[in-house]
Write a protein that binds this ligand. Structure first.
Ligand SMILES: Cc1cc2nc3c(=O)[nH]c(=O)nc-3n(C[C@H](O)[C@H](O)[C@H](O)COP(=O)(O)OP(=O)(O)OC[C@H]3O[C@@H](n4cnc5c(N)ncnc54)[C@H](O)[C@@H]3O)c2cc1C
Ligand code: SF4
Length: 504
């Protein structure tokens, strides 16, 4: 029985972040580990509601009140079991999830401060790894069936683990030189140190998952070869086609890059400096999109833009502006627009925003300005209003509001247009829909024996959704291969987040 008055005794508290002047000099994570006392206190705030809406907020259906209570009573070993029952990789979600569960927590009604669910989650898994409570769980017997997983992001890895644990021989193909998808080469180290990925990969390898890196399916290995060699194929290739601004004058100037070029290069540079796998014996990686000594303008107001901001400061940018087309959101939930327990439109302030830079809202780029040599020297912006009319976004420039921001480096972080067009699609006989992603039937198949999950199916989304889709697709593959037991399938292909349809 949880403490029914814990939330009255304690307020919401998070551990202190590392001081800004210290953390921008390195690439270590922003949050240090919290002490037991704080985490147990915070878990005590969970009142185990009769109907726990946090479950509905979490696409994985994490059993949040169960593990909160186990933490409250100090039973960390049982807590990790409860957490792993629904989530293969809580060390990723506990660090990186935007926590829709917290928006759905009953304590977030009336701004009492939701339970710090995500923090409790990461502390459980940190302690589990420290105490050797994350052993490999290999299957008792092999089924003799073989599955190829293409793409090693959280969707592919979750599916691979689920399938290996019931006895299928799983091979993960990845075109990069290291496993992890966006966890490895998109998300900066100050949000996720890469040792967390390696630690989990060691577990998967011990469970029998085979990894082949540097292999582009559709190029180095054909779809026909995979079909011949495997009984089922899961495609989890992500949604990495970056949106561009081809019509803005000056787009072709030097110094203008997609955000992902900047982030991937930064991650490679950090790995190389650490003598990691992408460095090793090879010469040190020279970053082609370094912000050191530059005025940086980031176009876009979302998570990817915030990651670029944190990277730019760590690289030594002279100054950073981050541009958002939309007006500054409110600090608190607007109950008439996004009633609890839906995901609210509020100002999201990430640790990167504490570190410097200026956020400029309700502006649109009018021109990238040439320095006379073909290199960008400034970005000309104007204030705008944005409205939705007949389902279309209408952006109107406010006359007389134009101005220039200095810019030697411009990073475009304006979203993704779906999964990349690549030979693998045609070879498997599948196409992208009008959103640029791949539709499946209710059983996650896009073609007979070819399953699709994660961002490649959903569009650019979140790690928690990728893991949920990977788990659900694994359950479908297991059924397809004649497996008798039912694997957990937390979501269906048509599942939607707990949110009011976008009105922006
Ligand atoms: C900069 C950035 C920051 C983010 N931060 C967060 C965050 O803080 N929290 C959060 O929840 N979500 C975040 N996300 C979103 C999250 O990373 C994705 O939703 C998630 O990684 C999707 O997982 P996935 O497995 O579907 O695909 P991905 O992680 O994209 O992995 C797909 C993999 O497939 C590989 N691949 C593609 N084609 C082939 C081929 N033909 N052959 C072999 N391999 C192939 C790719 O190389 C890639 O490694 C972020 C996204 C970005 C871009
Ligand atoms: S995975 Fe995300 S939504 Fe689910 S419990 Fe953890 S933080 Fe909350």
């Amino acid at each position: 029985m949880p403490d029914p008055t814990g939330f009255l005794t304690y307020g919401r508290r998070l551990p202190a972040r590392r001081p800004v002047p210290v953390r921008i000099t390195d690439w270590r994570e922003v949050y240090p580990s919290a002490d037991d006392g704080l985490i147990r206190e915070q878990a005590t705030r969970c009142m185990d509601c009769g109907v726990p809406f946090c479950h509905h907020g979490c696409p994985l259906g994490n059993r949040i009140p169960d593990w909160n209570d186990l933490v409250r009573t100090g039973n960390w070993a049982a807590a990790i079991e409860a957490l792993h029952a629904t989530n293969n990789f809580p060390e990723f979600t506990g660090r990186l999830c935007p926590a829709p569960c917290e928006a759905a927590c009953v304590l977030s009604i009336g701004n009492r401060g939701a339970v710090t669910i995500k923090q409790v989650e990461v502390e459980i898994v940190n302690r589990a790894f420290d105490r050797d409570l994350v052993p490999p769980r290999p299957a008792a017997a092999a089924t003799g069936k073989r599955v190829a997983v293409v793409g090693s992001g959280p969707a592919g890895l979750a599916a691979a683990q689920q399938l290996a644990r019931v006895g299928h021989a799983v091979t993960v193909y990845e075109r990069d030189d290291a496993i992890g998808g966006l966890l490895r080469y998109g998300i900066p180290d100050f949000k996720l140190e890469k040792e967390h990925i390696d630690r989990r990969l060691a577990q998967l390898a011990a469970e029998g998952v085979e990894f082949r890196t540097g292999v582009t399916v559709g190029v180095d290995v054909t779809a026909a070869q995979l079909r011949a060699e495997y009984d089922a194929v899961l495609l989890a290739c992500g949604a990495l086609a970056g949106r561009d601004t081809p019509t803005i004058p000056g787009r072709a100037l030097r110094g203008i890059h997609q955000a992902m070029e900047h982030l991937v290069a930064a991650n490679r540079a950090v790995a190389s400096a650490a003598g990691d796998r992408s460095g090793g014996d090879t010469p040190a990686f020279v970053n082609p999109v370094d912000a050191a000594g530059k005025h940086v303008v980031i176009v876009g107001g979302g998570d990817t833009a915030a990651d670029c901001l944190g990277v730019a400061h760590r690289q030594g940018a002279l100054g950073v502006h981050q541009l958002d087309l939309y007006p500054r959101p409110p600090r608190e939930r607007d109950e008439t627009r996004d009633p609890w327990p839906t995901w609210p439109w509020i100002l999201r302030e990430y640790p990167a925003h504490e570190e410097g830079g200026e956020r400029v809202f309700a502006v649109a780029v009018q021109e990238f300005v040439d320095d006379g040599t073909g290199q960008v020297r400034a970005v000309r912006i104007a204030e705008v209003t944005v409205e939705k009319r007949d389902g279309q976004r209408l952006v109107t420039v406010i006359p007389g509001t134009e101005r220039e921001l200095p810019a030697d480096l411009v990073l475009l972080a304006i979203g993704f247009e779906g999964t990349e067009e690549q030979p693998l699609l045609e070879q498997f006989g599948i196409t992208r829909n009008r959103r640029g992603v791949v539709d499946t039937d209710p059983d996650w198949q896009a073609a007979p024996g070819v399953f699709v999950a994660g961002d490649m199916h959903r569009g650019a989304s979140l790690i928690v959704w990728a893991i949920a889709e990977g788990r659900a697709a694994a359950a479908a593959i297991h059924r397809y291969l004649g497996g008798s037991e039912q694997l957990p399938a937390p979501v269906t292909p048509s599942a939607q987040p707990l949110a009011v349809p976008a009105v922006r």
